[in-house]
Each structure stands twice: as C-alpha cells, then as structure tokens.
Design a protein around this ligand. Sequence first.
Ligand SMILES: NC(=O)c1ccc[n+]([C@@H]2O[C@H](COP(=O)([O-])OP(=O)(O)OC[C@H]3O[C@@H](n4cnc5c(N)ncnc54)[C@H](O)[C@@H]3O)[C@@H](O)[C@H]2O)c1
Length: 245
Amino acid sequence: MLLKSKIALVTGASKGIGRGIALALAKQGCSVVISDIDDAALKNVEAEITLLGVKVLAVKCDVSQKDQVDNMINKTKEFFGGLDILVNNAGIYPFKSFTEITENDWDRVLSVNLKSVFLCSQKSLEIMSNGGSIINISSIASLVGFNSLTHYCASKGAVNSMIRALALEVADRKIRVNAVAPGSIETPGANNPDENIKKQTISMIPLARMGQAEDIAGAVVFLASDLSSYITGQVIVVDGGWTLR
Ligand SMILES: NC(=O)c1ccc[n+]([C@@H]2O[C@H](COP(=O)([O-])OP(=O)(O)OC[C@H]3O[C@@H](n4cnc5c(N)ncnc54)[C@H](O)[C@@H]3O)[C@@H](O)[C@H]2O)c1
C-alpha cells in the first residue's frame, strides 16, 4: 500500500477519470474526500469506496464557486484534520467552433477548468501538511490543437503554466505540484456512440486502444506517492503515444 494513512481530495469524482482516481487512491490505503456537482452519482462512488475498507467523505461542490470550495475544504479539515493530496480533476469540454463560442461559454470553461484549480489549491494549502502533493488533470489539448475546443485548450494550457509557478512557491513546504495530461480516455463525458469515430480515434493512437480511467489513475497514484518525491512542476502525458506524431 503506497498511500496508507494519507488523506486525498478528488474533485469531479462522481464519474469517469475522477471516479477511477478516487478508487485507485483508496485501493492504496488512502482516506478519500470525493466531491462533485452530481450528488446522486457521488453517493454510489461513496458506497464503492466504503467497500474497500477506507474512510470516505462525500461533499457536493461546484469547483468554480469559491463559497462551495471553502465549504468543501472546511469539511475536510473537520472530518480528517488535514489533507496530503489534492487532485484537481473536475473539468468540462463542450465542443463549439471558435466563431460560435459565446462570452458565457468562455467564462464557464475557464471557471470550471482553471479558476477551480486556483480556488481549490489556494484553500487546500491552508490545511495541507508538509510533503503534500497537488495533481492537476490537464489534457493533451494543452500541447496540441483540437478543432472546436479553443476555450478548452486555453484553459488546460494555462493549468500547465500555473503548476510550474505554484510548484516554485510551495517547494519550501516540500509540497509538489504536477499535472497529468490524458489523451483519449473512455468516460461518460467523452463517450461518442459513433463506432466510426471511435475507430478513427484509435487509428491515431500508437498503442491502438482508447485509454481507461485506470490508466490516468496509475499516473496519479505515482505522483501522489513517495515514488515521485523528486518530481515537481511537471506535466506527465498519458496518451498511448498520440502526441508522438
Ligand atoms: N475523457 C478524456 O478523454 C479526457 C482527456 C483529457 C483530459 N480530460 C480531463 O479529465 C477530467 C475528467 O474528465 P472526464 O472525461 O472523466 O469527464 P466526465 O464528464 O466523464 O466526468 C467529469 C465529472 O466532473 C463533474 N463536474 C463537472 N463540472 C463540475 C463542477 N463545476 N464542479 C464539480 N464537478 C464538476 C461531473 O459531474 C462529472 O462527474 C477533466 O478535467 C477533463 O478535461 C479528459
């Protein structure tokens, strides 16, 4: 068990990559705070984690809202006394061509994907122990362009830049700040029922398969654990080789 007696918080943990990360951390003996806007699905994940025999706290939270983020971190402090690992996972990726993106669309994507990282990281640092780890779920869209995702690409590129600066600021507390940049991962949010599109996507991936939430969770467990104790300010790409060509 790599994370026994550690406490982690995962945002957007009701489904997809966030759920996979929360379960993987729990399997390593970690107590977990799970949060999401989807309260009903969060309850199911809470039950799954309880079955693994670790402590779990579920808190409904929209990560773009400061009062809700403050409440989530205050509840974490009340229940567990502190925090070792923060995983900023919650994110949205609504496809829209650049000329059709409204100011509201832009603000929403930047709030959920970027402002949330500021809000959650700043408040968490108040209760984080020395030697902690902050892990942000970025995207390969921070490194290469994708049609109809200009606002999303901008938000994830900014996350990569932000973690390098934050890593410098908190290094004296031995807190490490890194990001994982997933490629194409099969999740409820990314699901496309069109088999042809799926085949086309797989044809672009050297390892010839879509990624699973567990593929991202493995990198997150590594970055959360002492196995990565000399790694900070880095973006680890987990994409089956997509961005190699
Ligand atoms: N799936 C992919 O192919 C892929 C690729 C690269 C990066 N990512 C990133 O991984 C993360 C998770 O993506 P996913 O595919 O699992 O998405 P998903 O839509 O399957 O799940 C996202 C979860 O986040 C929650 N959420 C949405 N807005 C929220 C908010 N404002 N506050 C709190 N929770 C909120 C949703 O309710 C949902 O449970 C995102 O940051 C996404 O950008 C995904």
